[in-house]
Design a protein around this ligand. Structure first.
Ligand code: HEC
Length: 131
């Protein structure tokens, strides 16, 4: 499917997006299910997490008590010590990964406590589920 071509023999945008995601090792299932336009637009972002990945990240969010300081309805977080995630336009993945790793002010650092790949997935989760 990633190798489908147009009648003129050019790569389709969905095909290119799938290859780009594949090169990054990101599962491209979600991207392939999307219309070409949308897939192209999100080629530089992460593919939507699977239900299993969401459940893992939600469990981490509880385990490390993120929700005691941050509001994120999807994960049951209701804290107000730190900024709310729901309605927070300023959050992107790289920013979250950095803060979780290094902390900032009253925000504790979780680097070394949470596996790097898990922090990555947790950041993706927050970006994808915040309302
Ligand atoms: C003890 C309370 C506390 C816990 C637990 C906590 N945080 Fe924070 N967090 C804060 C505070 C306070 C800030 C604001 C820091 C600042 O800028 O001074 C913050 C900031 C952040 C930010 C930046 C938000 C923004 O809008 O700038 C992110 C992202 C974040 N925390 C993610 C997490 C995640 C993910 C966890 C769980 C792994 C977590 N935090 C656990 C208190 C906490």
């Amino acid at each position: 499917m990633a190798f489908e071509t147009t009648a003129s023999g050019k790569w389709t945008r969905a095909g290119i997006a799938a290859i780009a995601l594949g090169a990054l090792g990101v599962p491209a299932i979600g991207a392939l299910a999307m219309p070409a336009e949308e897939a192209a637009a999100t080629a530089s972002a992460d593919a939507p997490l699977t239900e299993e990945q969401k459940a893992e990240s939600k469990a981490l969010f509880s385990q490390f008590a993120c929700g005691s300081c941050h509001a994120l309805a999807e994960a049951g977080g209701t804290g107000h010590i730190g900024p709310e995630f729901d309605g927070n336009e300023g959050l992107d993945k790289a920013y979250i990964v950095n803060i979780v790793n290094n902390g900032q002010g009253a925000m504790p650092s979780f680097g070394g406590m949470i596996d790097e790949a898990q922090i990555d997935q947790l950041a993706t989760y927050i970006v994808q589920v915040k309302k």
